[in-house]
Design a protein around this ligand. Structure first.
Ligand code: ATP
Length: 486
């Protein structure tokens, strides 16, 4: 599979074809046909296309690629015009981590696409309600519409574009009301950079009055992180401050986060392929190696903080959310922080004894080991109270409900059990699948070594035979899919 990615960089479009509903006119009979055909499909958005006055409505399903182009072999929606590339663009809908839907369009054409009057080439953009997307001389998507009650509304043929959602100016950015996600400290919106002429993410952190020192510290850290430039690190472009917020402008990722991606396999009762997990781990280790070479540790690595640069299989991932990252030169050890499920034993001990410090880089390697385990098995190596595979769905609903801050008795008890298991170091390799994943298991074990001084460093992890056996293919895929697109 890795080989096929290398030689056919567009194999991303081998994703299942979009099950769409089309109507050639606005008649009620076609509307009812649409309603029938979509009942079994998780439709979350619709496109209304206009081709020389001929209008159609197309439903978009979650995690389904709608490929558009001239070549019927490569495209579901075929436009036999010479101005259209074989595969011109791919529209994708993914669930956003906060439960909404993100619709994006990846251009793969020679001539590009026009989004609201701006030409886009070889990039992935997020589409908002009312956005107009044009393939020059051929086709216009007059609107994209996202609904909460999709089945009912997708059958209604309404070619009127909805009003453009509110936007506000912050410096040289236009921040839209399209929410991309939110966390404990921040809310993230889609924004447009007037200088870069591209979409970016705007992460807004509310600043508390009278905490100027804290604010100064955040700004200092942001400055350090603005110097980072690596394909697997989410870039910080700029910051703006106003009375109540610090706004951080980030490189836009259009594919959601790794947690939601892994969970999409569990929802389909399957697991991520070993090769795909390897490709993602390889990128994670590359990004971490870059950070660790600069003596910076992330300290809050988890699948929720690994973003997919664009949707689709074998995604490019970016390490994000550097809120807790620190250069080591600040201090040798740190006050403990991060999420318990991904903390190493020394982090748990530091957390409970309050005054102990721990070192950031081995902690990142531990978290990488947990992430690798979850990608391959769909469950957590220490959280095995739950039957395997229900861990992800349990945590997905927890994080949607925002119950990380839950202090209920149950939550505290299961957290205490989890901490005990992490400290005792008993990794659960009971699942049958591990007998087939011998080399991957070796790497997981190296990253989950109890003693941080003996734990594999990121460079040692990159030297593990699970990675080096396929290094040529991994490097090839990396070069053709990631470095070539920079
Ligand atoms: N660059 C980006 N591109 C697209 N979406 C993003 C980007 N950065 C963040 N998001 C979305 O916003 C969500 C919240 O962002 P982030 O995790 O940075 O906030 P936070 O408050 O610092 O989180 P935490 O609760 O983990 O501390 C992410 O889960 C992701 O879905």
């Amino acid at each position: 599979m890795l080989e096929s990615i290398r030689s056919h960089p567009r194999s991303i479009t081998n994703a299942p074809r979009q099950i769409s509903c089309r109507s050639t006119n606005a008649s009620s009979s076609s509307s009812s046909k649409i309603a029938k055909s979509i009942k079994s499909v998780d439709i979350c958005a619709k496109l209304i296309t206009d081709r020389n006055g001929h209008k159609e409505v197309i439903g978009l399903g979650i995690n389904k690629a709608l490929t558009i182009g001239r070549n019927p072999e490569r495209s579901f929606y075929v436009i036999p015009d010479s101005s259209v590339s074989g595969l011109h663009c791919t529209i994708f809908a993914v669930r956003s981590p906060s439960g909404g839907v993100i619709v994006s369009c990846q251009d793969s054409s020679k001539n590009g696409i026009i989004l609201n009057g701006h030409r886009i080439k070889k990039a992935s953009v997020i589409l908002m309600d009312g956005d107009s997307l044009r393939i020059p001389d051929s086709l216009t998507f007059t609107c994209i519409h996202l609904w909460k009650d999709p089945i009912e509304k997708v059958s209604v043929f309404d070619p009127t574009p909805p009003p453009q959602p509110a936007r506000k100016h912050i410096g040289r950015y236009i921040v839209t009301s399209q929410c991309l996600g939110s966390g404990s400290f921040a809310i993230v919106h889609l924004a447009l950079s007037m200088d870069r002429r591209c979409q970016v993410a705007c992460k807004s952190i509310r600043t508390k009055k009278g905490h100027r020192d804290e604010l100064g510290q955040v700004m200092k850290e942001i400055k350090i992180l603005m110097g980072l430039n690596h394909p697997n690190i989410n870039r910080i472009y700029d910051t703006q401050e106003d009375q109540n917020f610090i706004h951080i402008f980030l490189q836009l990722c259009t594919g959601g986060d790794l947690f939601t991606y892994i969970n999409s396999f569990t929802e389909k009762n399957c697991k991520m392929e070993e090769d795909e997990a390897k490709y993602i781990t390889f990128q994670l280790l590359k990004g971490l190696a870059y950070l660790h070479n600069k003596s910076i540790s992330h300290r809050d690595l988890k699948p929720e903080n690994l973003l997919l640069y664009a949707p689709g299989p074998y995604p490019r991932i970016q390490i994000a959310d550097f809120g807790l990252a620190r250069p080591k030169s600040y201090q040798e050890t740190f006050n403990v922080c991060g999420t318990v499920s991904y903390l190493p034993p020394e982090g748990i001990l530091a957390l409970d004894q309050k005054n102990l410090g721990y070192v950031g880089m081995p902690s990142d390697c531990w978290s990488a080991g947990i992430i690798l385990y979850i990608m391959l098995s769909g469950s957590h190596p220490f959280d095995y109270a739950l039957p395997s595979e229900s861990w992800l769905s349990q945590h997905a609903s927890d994080s949607r409900r925002g119950s990380h801050a839950d202090c209920s008795q149950n939550y505290l008890q299961s957290e205490a059990r989890l901490k005990e298991r992490i400290i005792s170091g008993q990794v659960d390799f009971q699942q049958l699948l591990w007998s087939k994943l011998v080399k991957a298991k070796v790497l997981v074990n190296l990253l989950l070594i109890h003693d941080p001084s003996k734990r594999a460093t990121v460079h040692e992890a990159l030297q593990s035979s699970w990675i080096t056996d396929d290094l040529a293919m991994l490097e090839g895929a990396y070069r053709s899919r990631i470095v070539a697109s920079l």
